[in-house]
Design a binder for this molecule. Structure first.
Ligand code: F6P
Length: 343
């Protein structure tokens, strides 16, 4: 069996570990052969294909980024896109299956290619945001939380030295998982997430009560957070290059608002793409490797249109449709639990 692998969408620590897991499992257990599509779906439509041997994946699980490159190309667009062209390409290249490693956009395209065009696809969920339904955790998330937690630890000492409030903005798109976990791990005094809009008065109440206890307030805000008077913070943001609402910029807005209302000198830090770069954590390497291995088994079983997933501590299979049918948001109970610690 000849299997083509692609990585698509924003990169994520652990992508290379998936590739390694797939290739090793495929070569050792199934005598499979592998190629990589370069730059995500773009490599599929433009036939930018490279061989991947067992030798190529040596030592790869600890390497950040993706050896295949990534892009946000939509395989249904362009002259050479669409299921018919892709089917022809697969036949001519002798490729029996595509393992598509990606987030919501990638998996939605994969589902449509199977549903509408019978393209033999297996999905592997990828996102630092942990926002995909049908998997308990996605690889990349643990690494991002680790990096954000270290940032909180470092910001705390400088905040305490100057008796300042610091607002740290972390990624997460429309959900607050990275903020929730890093905020809990780092002992943030308030955690602001998109699932729980809050007003500036309440935020300042937390800030002042921290100050009254003699501490320097540390606030973690998810990039998708909106003040309950949304226009105050988001009116300037507009759309990004993919016509999605632009995220981020919220910490830059909040810090001066806090300073003005509380009189506490305030600074902000935006962590940005540092959260996606560098080596994956051990947890993410193991999860990504297991998902990669399971994806090959699914291809050998011809379980097209399915996605490998983490359920508890087990790797399972679900339909890609289940994974693309809604966001994995932070439940109220998880937020209430964290909120008790705001004091
Ligand atoms: O989905 C992962 C993510 O890093 C989000 O947390 C963030 O909003 C977005 O991608 C950034 O995308 P880009 O790489 O296009 O700046």
């Amino acid at each position: 069996m000849k299997i083509g692998i692609l990585t698509s969408g924003g990169d994520c620590p652990g992508l290379n570990a998936v590739i390694r897991g797939s290739v090793l499992k495929g070569v050792i257990s199934h005598e499979a052969e592998f190629v990589g599509f370069r730059w995500g779906w773009r490599g599929v439509v433009e036939r930018d294909i490279m061989p991947i041997t067992r030798h190529d994946v040596r030592g790869l699980s600890k390497q950040g980024g993706t050896i295949l490159g990534s892009s946000r190309t939509n395989p249904f667009e362009g002259e050479r896109g669409g299921p018919e062209n892709i089917r022809r390409m697969l036949d001519e290249e002798g490729i029996d299956a595509i393992i598509a490693i990606g987030g919501e956009g990638t998996l939605t395209a994969a589902r449509r290619l199977w549903d509408e065009g019978g393209i033999p696809v297996i999905g592997v969920p990828k996102t630092i945001d942990n926002d995909l339904a049908a998997t308990d955790y996605s690889f990349g998330f643990d690494t991002a939380v680790e990096i954000a937690t270290e940032a909180i630890d470092r910001l705390r000492t400088t905040a305490e030295s100057h008796n300042r409030a610091i607002v740290l903005e972390v990624m997460g798109r429309h959900v607050g998982w990275i903020a929730l976990h890093s905020g809990m791990a780092g002992g943030a005094h308030a955690i602001l997430i998109p699932e729980q809009p809050m007003g500036i008065d309440e935020i300042c109440h937390y800030v002042e009560s921290v100050r009254d206890r003699g501490r320097a307030p540390l606030i973690v805000v998810a990039e998708g957070f909106k003040l309950d008077t949304m226009e105050e913070a988001h009116s300037h943001l507009g759309l990004d290059a993919f016509n999605r609402p632009r995220l981020g910029g919220i910490a830059e807005k909040l810090a001066p608002m806090i300073e003005e209302r509380t009189g506490i000198e305030s600074r902000h830090t935006v962590l940005g793409h540092i959260q996606r770069g560098g080596a994956p954590s051990a947890y993410d390497r193991v999860l990504a490797t297991r998902l990669g291995m399971a994806a090959v088994d699914a291809a050998v079983d011809r379980a097209w249109g399915s996605m490998v997933t983490l359920r508890g501590t087990d790797i399972a299979r679900v339909s890609i449709a289940d994974a693309t049918g809604g966001l994995n948001v932070v439940p109220q109970s998880r937020y209430d639990e964290a909120r008790i610690l705001f004091g």
